[in-house]
Design a binder for this molecule. Structure first.
Ligand code: ADP
Length: 433
């Protein structure tokens, strides 16, 4: 614009000068004087054109679209449009900014990881969750996604997604197990990038392993007595057993069948606790009364080995599930007898402190080596396999105790010395009334 104004002013000035020169020519005949006057006239023309054009355009150059004060009324509509446009851009940019801030606030507070990568596998966005889950705190936007994890599984998963296919895999990292879900963002045939979700599945994988181990243990434990029962009955059917041994063989079948029943009952109890399908009683249960009943049921096996059972403490009520509370006390007392020496002692105490109800079962039996203490609550775990062959048990008793205690919001701990005995202490929170 400045150029155009300048050109028109310059043209006007030059034409005026030429006319002036022609006039001078008519009045004066000297050539040098002609040229001199012409040059001066042109220079004056250029300078004044320059100054005038600057003067005309200055208000336009210096105009503030937010507060336009300009004398050219023709330009005002344009200024108005610019101002409206600027307002729109400002609003849109604020919206984008607040949207981005909101998105970042949401993703930054997620425990799951989210990574967005371009088709060259460079990171466009990556939340803190992803960095933590991969243990790769130094990785930045623009870095290769493989800096987060370079395992073959991860590469394969990302390459599949880059090829336009949804892909998942489980990675074992030093921090635990991670599930990767990589999803492509496609338009027709082109992959514009991928979104990768990272989940911490350590607990899920552990549960899955436990479930698999449990199933295989159960199958094994069921198979052993069933094989014995089948073998003995086969011999009986084929008449291989001498008549005087039939009674003993019959006894063996009974004891294996008994073992199966105990095992199945234990499995059923555990599954109920696992599934949270145990109902809560409407009324409280007196723990001292339960302990008395348990002692009655175990008296016979204790007497067989001259083990003394004693119960002390007070009548305290706890609301929960009576059958589960019975199983807790029964299993602890049964173990205290089973893993005791002949003529040993088992003391049961029901008591309370201001915040807790306590059940304490102590024995002066064989005790538990410290390296096994943390494992005795695992399913099918038995400390001494050679001993355990003589002492009957499923290895599920303490698992049932632990889950039963957890069902009642309590906790259990053990103090034990090898050769001296063990104390199992169950603590339940006192219910506020
Ligand atoms: P089990 O059916 O073998 O008794 P439990 O789950 O009840 O299974 O116990 C797991 C293991 O813990 C037992 O095999 C035993 O080795 C150990 N244990 C439990 N209670 C006692 C105890 N009072 N004294 C010594 N060892 C014990």
């Amino acid at each position: 614009m400045t150029q155009k104004i300048f050109n028109s002013i310059l043209l006007t000035v030059i034409v005026t000068n030429i006319v002036t020169v022609i006039l001078v020519d008519v009045l004066n005949d000297d050539n040098i004087t002609h040229i001199g006057i012409f040059v001066i006239a042109v220079l004056i023309g250029i300078v004044s054109a320059l100054r005038m054009s600057r003067k005309i355009t200055r208000p336009l150059v210096e105009v503030n679209p937010d507060n336009p004060k300009i004398n050219y009324s023709e330009i005002n509509p344009l200024i108005n449009k610019i101002r409206i446009q600027k307002g729109k851009i400002c609003r849109q940019s604020n919206e984008v900014k607040s949207g981005r801030e909101q998105l970042s606030l949401i993703t930054e507070n997620m425990s799951e990881g989210i990574v967005i990568a371009d088709p060259k596998t460079n990171i466009l966005s990556c939340n803190t969750g992803a960095l933590k889950l991969f243990g790769a705190e130094d990785v930045r936007t623009g870095d290769s996604i493989y800096l987060l994890n370079n395992s073959e599984n991860f590469r394969h998963c990302i390459q599949n997604a880059m090829g336009g296919r949804n892909s998942t895999c489980i990675l074992k990292t030093s921090g635990g197990d991670r599930e990767i879900i990589a999803s492509p963002s496609n338009t027709t045939d082109t992959v514009n990038g991928i979104v990768v979700f990272i989940l911490d599945v350590t607990e899920r994988q552990q549960l899955e392993t436990m479930r698999r181990e449990f199933t295989s243990n159960v199958s094994h434990e069921l198979k052993t007595p069933l094989t014995t029962i089948y073998g003995i009955s086969d011999m009986l059917v084929n008449g291989i057993v001498r008549p005087e041994d039939v009674g003993q063989f019959g006894q063996n079948i009974r004891s294996e069948a008994e073992r199966l029943i105990i095992l199945i009952n234990d499995i059923v109890s555990l599954s109920k606790l696992d599934e949270n399908s145990v109902p809560r009683d409407d009324t409280g249960t007196d723990l001292y009364n339960i302990a008395e009943e348990v002692i009655d049921r175990l008296r016979h096996s204790a007497d067989e080995r001259n083990i003394k059972l004693s119960l002390t403490g007070e009548h305290i009520e706890l609301t929960g599930n009576r059958t589960v509370l019975d199983e807790i006390i029964y299993n602890l007392c049964d173990n205290a007898i089973k893993y005791n020496k002949d003529s040993g002692h088992v003391d049961i105490k029901i008591s309370h402190i201001p915040t807790k109800i306590l059940i304490t079962v102590s024995d002066d039996g064989m005790g538990i080596p410290p390296e096994h203490i943390n494992r005795i609550f695992e399913r099918f775990y038995r400390v001494d396999k050679s001993h355990s062959r003589q002492i009957k048990g499923t290895g599920l008793g303490l698992s049932i105790v632990k889950h039963g205690v957890m069902y009642h919001n309590g906790n259990i701990r053990v103090e034990s010395t090898v050769g001296k005995g063990s104390v199992f202490i169950v603590e339940f929170p006192i219910e506020k009334r």
